[in-house]
Structures are given as C-alpha cells and as structure tokens.
Design a protein around this ligand. Structure first.
Ligand SMILES: *Cc1c(COP(=O)(O)O)cnc(C)c1O
Length: 470
C-alpha cells in the first residue's frame, strides 16, 4: 500500500456527468461530477454514489487473471454470505460475540494439530490481519525471550539484538527489524541457491541472535527453505557453543500446503527447535483477505508480559495483537473453510493447484525461450527467465505485453548476490483452472513471435511496467 500524500493537482474544470446517474430526479439531479479530493458539500443519493464508485473500480485488473498475488480471489457464495452476516462483528469484542471467539479458538486448535504440536493443549495462538502482523508478534516474542535471557546486559550498547534470515525474506521481516530495532542479518543468494543456506545461517548467529527465520515457501521462486537442516545446523551450533537459538517458520503460504500434500516433509512443531509458526489464512488457507494465524509451540514461548487483558468490554480476555478493532468475518470464513473442506478437501484443492502449476511450468519451458528457476513442485509457484540466446526482449517486455491481454505477471530482479537475474513469476491459486492456464499459454505463445522481432528490449521504465508483489 503506497503511503499517500495530500491533494494532487488543483481541481480541474467541472466535469459533466451522465444524467442517468441523477435518476432524472429534478431535486436530486446532478449534472456535474462531484469533486474527487474534497469532500462534497452535501449528500447524494445512495444509487448515484454507488454507481460512481462502482464505475471507477471497473478499471481495476481482473483478480482472476492476477497471477502475481498469493491472496485468495475466489470463495464460494456461502462463504460470502457468512462474511456479509459477520461484517458488523468486531473480533476484539470477545465477550459480546463469544461464538465468534470460540470459532477463532477452534481454528487455533485445528492448526496446532495440523502442524503437529507435541502437546496441542499447551499451544497458544491467535488470528491476525495477515502474516505480516503474525510475523511482528512472533518476532516480538523472540526478542522478548532473548531480552529475558540476557537481562543482565540488555539494554546496553554492546547488546544489540539481531535476527538471522535469508535475503529472500518477505518485506515484513525487514519491517519487523526496522520497527522493533533489531539488526537484520541476511544470508545472500549464491549461484542457483535462491534461499537460505542452513550452515551460512548458523554462522551468522551469535549471543545476540533472537532467532532464525525459515521460510516455507519463498516468495521469490516458491521454493521451501530446508527447515529440518536449519534446525540440525543450529543443534550443532548449540553443541559447539552452547547458543540455543529458536527458529520461527514463516509458513505464510507453505504452512497451508505442506501439511496436505507434503506429509513426509518435516518442517513443523515435530522439530523441537521450531518455537512458532505463522500462516496467511488469506493465501492457501483459501479465505478472502485479511486473516493470518500465529501459533507458539507452548505457553512458555510467548512471554506473559506481551499479553494484555482488557476488562472494559466485559469479561477478561487475554489478547496479543497490534490492532484493537478488527473484522470477525474472515475468522468465521476460515472456520467455514476448515469445516467445509476438511483435510481431504484441502488436499484435493492444493494438489490440483500444484498440478496446474507443474504442467504450466513444463509448457512454459517447452516454448524454448525460457529457463525455469523453479517448477511449481513446492509452492504451486514458479519463476522463469529468458534463455541466454534471447536478446531481442527481456522479462519486463513479457510482463508488459501480457498485461495487454489482461494477465498480471510480475517481472523483478533478484536480491544479493543475484541482482543480475531478472525473472517472471506465476502464482497458481485455487480458481486458476486448467482452462485458464490453457488460455494463458495460448496468449504467451501468440506474443512470442512479436517479441522475437523486437530490435532490443523495449521496456525502459522497468519499475513502472511491473511491480513485485510478495
Ligand atoms: C505474503 C507473505 C507474508 C506477508 O503476509 P500477509 O498475509 O500479506 O501480511 C510474509 N511472509 C511470506 C513468506 C509471505 O509469502
């Protein structure tokens, strides 16, 4: 979300408006469009206001053709109905809406079992607005635990907390470090390794490391970071140095994929070093934005001082959150989806999405102009770049031209040490069907002859052509 500045250019001339909008009602009739950056002087009819807003939004992209986002763009009508019914419920009013609070509790309990908590009864967790808030909370718990362990020397100038992560982390971790004054120690990419290396991460740890973040599902290429190997490297570090560094798994996408279709992959609370896990309910949790979840292995992993109890809404509910008020609808929709699909339903949905991703990756590769960096085998996401023989156009041209057919496919450069690499990325989601992927490959194939005839890459303003959506 851009940070908005104040009014733009001075108000232009009055613009005339479709007379139908005023419903030809002489009293309410509006002939001039209302101002855009000043609150109108008086009210207008709801139908007129609706039409104005609705028409303006028509120019937004079509969310189903958006292959940039991880966020759910389709839910069943029944989920939509439930969400509408809950629009007026504030999640914080847990005493007023005890059933909504109960559904949240059940979701946490289900996730604790899904992520193999050794003792689900002592697992704690909560819903959030998304993974970003969830990561802030998890990061704060890590920082506070470290501060408690180092109470004899923190705060002091030489005890500056740090968090170790791959350079491929989602921007929320950079925000966490900036907002909470923690040094971000990032393991760079190297060659064809586009995510964290366990040994390199362990080597960056010292007595001021509050934790290491492992990502189940890198946003750059959809690959899973090796969480078990990371824990093993940190076990070894502990044997050698005594440093006991906890791991947080950022499973924004993968924590809702791996439990269903990668059951043999050990990445979750089965690993004793994993202290907390987050996910985005609104990504592969299959709920409209914004809901996320964060769980701690056991109560001790979440310092009690971070939990607030408020009594002025009635009751005495403990909460750990950045926001106070927040809609209850998404939490209800999450519970609905858990109930509706069950484990088998989720498995079928995620497997189908992965099949679409794999087959689309193969077909992109078969076009001959592209090299795949990942194949949709972990997250149903793949990144690809042009082969060295392609010099007439680049990934930014592809992104721009695809947009002309309505497809939103971001092109972006990789971070250190692979800034030389620019890629396109496709995120397959529930609702991106085999039919749609057929249409996509047809459109891409049709574009290629034109792109190959270009004299050289033509997209000068690369930042404007596309943007990187995490
Ligand atoms: C999307 C994402 C986030 C941020 O999640 P939101 O739910 O959009 O706030 C954090 N980490 C990873 C790995 C992500 O993919």
């Amino acid at each position: 979300m851009p940070l908005h500045t104040g009014p733009g250019k001075p108000e232009e001339h009055p613009r005339s408006m479709n007379p139908f909008y005023g419903e030809a009602n002489p009293v309410a009739e509006m002939t001039e469009a209302p101002p855009k950056e000043r609150m109108p002087a008086g009210p207008m009819l709801p139908a007129t206001a609706y039409q104005l807003v609705h028409d303006e939004l028509m120019l937004d992209g079509n969310s189903r053709l958006n292959l940039a986002t991880f966020v759910t763009t389709w839910m069943e009508p029944q989920a939509g109905t439930l969400m509408t019914e809950c629009l007026d419920k504030n999640m914080i009013d847990k005493d007023e809406y005890p059933r909504t609070a109960e559904l949240e509790r059940r979701c946490v309990a289900m996730l604790a079992r899904l992520w193999n908590a050794p003792d689900p009864h002592s697992t704690v967790g909560c819903s959030t607005t998304g993974s970003s808030e969830a990561c802030m909370l998890a990061g704060m718990a890590l920082k506070r635990r470290w501060a408690q362990r180092n109470a004899d020397r923190y705060p002091s100038r030489d005890a500056r907390p740090n968090l170790v992560m791959g350079v491929n982390v989602q921007v929320c971790w950079e925000k966490f470090c900036a907002y909470w004054e923690v040094e971000a120690r990032q393991v760079p990419m190297e060659g064809d390794r586009f995510h964290l290396d366990p040994q390199a991460a362990a080597d960056l740890c010292d007595e001021n490391t509050i934790g290491v973040v492992g990502i189940l599902g890198s946003t750059f290429d959809g690959s899973y970071e090796p969480i078990a190997d990371l824990c093993a490297a940190l076990d070894d570090l502990q044997d050698r140095t005594g440093l006991d560094i906890p791991v947080h798994v950022d499973g924004a996408s993968g924590a809702m994929i791996a439990p269903f279709i990668d059951q043999d992959l050990v990445w979750d609370f089965r690993l004793p070093r994993v202290a907390s896990i987050n996910t985005s309910g609104h990504k592969y949790g299959l709920v409209y934005p914004g809901v996320g979840w964060v769980l701690w292995r056991e109560t001790e992993a979440l310092p009690e001082e971070l939990v607030f109890r408020v009594n002025y809404l009635g009751g005495d509910m403990p909460t750990f959150a950045l926001n106070f008020s927040r809609p209850g609808a998404q939490v209800v929709a999450q519970y609905y989806t858990f109930l509706r699909l069950g484990r088998e339903g989720y498995r079928a949905v995620q497997q189908t999405t992965r099949n679409v991703a794999r087959s689309l990756a193969d077909r992109v590769e078969a076009l001959g102009d592209f090299r795949l960096l990942s194949r949709g085998e972990e997250l149903p996401v793949f990144a690809f770049t042009t082969v060295p023989e392609v010099t007439a156009y680049d990934v930014f041209d592809v992104s721009r031209r695809l947009r002309e057919s309505g497809w939103l496919v971001p092109a972006y450069t990789f971070p250190a040490n692979r800034e030389d690499l620019s890629v396109l990325r496709i995120v397959c989601r529930n609702g991106f069907s085999t039919d749609l992927s057929d249409l996509f490959i047809e459109d891409l194939s049709r574009l290629l002859p034109k792109l190959r005839r270009q004299p050289y890459p033509l997209t000068h303003d690369k930042a404007a052509a596309t943007s990187f959506h995490h």
